[in-house]
Write a protein that binds this ligand. Structure first.
Ligand code: ATP
Ligand code: MG
Length: 384
């Protein structure tokens, strides 16, 4: 196997650990990606040093996941590098693991999820450890569990979703026995936290080579049925997603029948939920491309979500985009804040303070949306 180019900062950390007597290896995604010829300089290190020793050996560290043995070591530029102690999972419940330190690199590789993620490279001795033939699977384009796939999925059901993500990202097949076990254990996904599931779904959307393939994997494996039942029942056709920008919220909303309830289930931010709700509400109510008044009313109503709605495929094709661009170029008043009068002006003109003011402003906006030329103080006050 080839020699890998290890960045100087990573090498420095590895050398210090080794000089202190702790065996240290590069592992994980960066080793895999470099073997695939894909750029990735973000090497994770795994070491025999227990976390307190790692913390003692380096000036600046952050205990990012100390209970699992992970300490981030900051290099001279303040860049973090993850250093994890060799570990073994001794007890698992499908979501969490109790870990044991003081094991070997071989044990550490054995607890990793897939063969292609279980290859270690010694940055100083340029040795390889590949006890599960990960390199062979890279060549065969295969996602295969380390060890018995049934056990491995039952230890941590998130691995099922990781298999789908890696498969779509590299366009690798999932090994038949691994895929079979994923499907057989799919109900276990229900135990996972919404945050972990959302991260997997969103990361998959961002990294899949072909998005429709990633979506198909969630459908075919049954993962969709458990976490995203609204998917595929929306107005979106699955094939059309490949032409959309890789925006996880936009894509999820496009594919879902009821975007807001799906995004709520995934514990998304309220901003994302409102965005999904607007997409769900407005995507079947586009204005007539030849009717500027209708387009201005629509722009006024959809507000900040107009561009999302214009991005989604729709019956009128790109014509609406052209019409909207022409209208926007004239910068017409579209909201209450654009009106040539404020509430105070109305009160000064005799409108009673209170709800009457809002109602009058809304009525004036309606007039101005019909004809933007009406947006002068004189005209609007004459209509009060
Ligand atoms: P990515 O490019 O998505 O970061 P990665 O392989 O680096 O891919 P990480 O989530 O960063 O994935 O995890 C780093 C390594 O830790 C993995 O390569 C794998 O060896 C191991 N790993 C991560 N999550 C799990 C898990 N749930 N079960 C077993 N091993 C895991
Ligand atoms: Mg990684």
């Amino acid at each position: 196997m080839a020699e890998l180019q290890i960045p100087a900062d990573v090498l420095k950390i590895a050398k210090r650990l080794e000089d202190a007597g702790f065996e240290t290896w590069c592992v994980g995604g960066a080793v895999r990606d470099n073997l695939l010829g894909l750029p990735n300089h973000d090497f994770d290190l795994t070491t025999a040093a227990p976390p307190p020793e790692v913390q003692k050996l380096f000036k600046r560290t952050i205990p990012v996941g100390i209970e699992h043995g992970t300490v981030a070591v900051l290099d001279a530029n303040g860049q973090p590098h993850e250093v994890t102690t060799f570990r073994k999972d001794i007890q698992t419940d499908g979501r969490h693991a109790v870990v044991e330190f003081g094991v070997s690199i071989m044990d550490d590789l054995a607890r990793r999820d897939f063969t292609i993620n279980a290859i270690a490279y010694h940055p100083l001795r340029h040795e390889w450890r590949d006890p599960f033939q990960g390199e062979q699977d890279l060549a065969k384009k295969l996602i295969r569990s380390v060890g018995d796939p049934n056990w491995r999925f039952q230890e941590d059901y998130l691995r099922i979703l990781r298999a789908l993500r890696f498969s779509a990202r590299f366009e690798f097949r999932i090994h038949p026995r691994t895929l079979e076990a994923a499907k057989a254990n799919i109900q276990g996904l229900a135990q996972l936290s919404a945050e972990r599931v959302r991260d997997e779904w969103f990361k998959g959307i961002l990294t899949a080579k072909k998005l429709s393939k990633f979506v198909a994997l969630w459908v075919d494996s049954g993962a969709k049925r458990i976490w995203l039942p609204e998917l595929g029942a929306g107005s979106g056709e699955p094939g059309a997603v490949d032409k959309l920008p890789r925006d996880p919220v936009l894509i999820t909303a496009y594919l879902a029948k009821d975007p807001a309830s799906l995004l709520i289930r995934l514990k998304c931010s309220s901003k994302d939920i409102e965005r999904g709700r607007a997409i769900g509400k407005w995507r079947d109510h586009y204005p007539d491309v030849k009717d500027p008044v209708a387009i201005r009313r629509w722009l006024s109503a959809v507000g900040e979500y107009a561009d999302d709605l214009l991005t989604l495929p729709r019956p009128s094709g790109s014509q609406l985009q052209d019409s909207v661009a022409k209208i926007r170029a004239k910068n017409p008043p579209l909201g209450l804040k654009d009106l040539a009068v404020r509430g105070d002006d109305l009160i000064a003109a005799g409108v009673r303070a209170g709800p009457d003011v809002g109602e009058t402003l809304a009525r004036l906006l309606e007039e101005v949306l019909e004809d933007p030329a009406r947006n002068t103080k004189d005209y609007l006050l004459s209509r009060v």
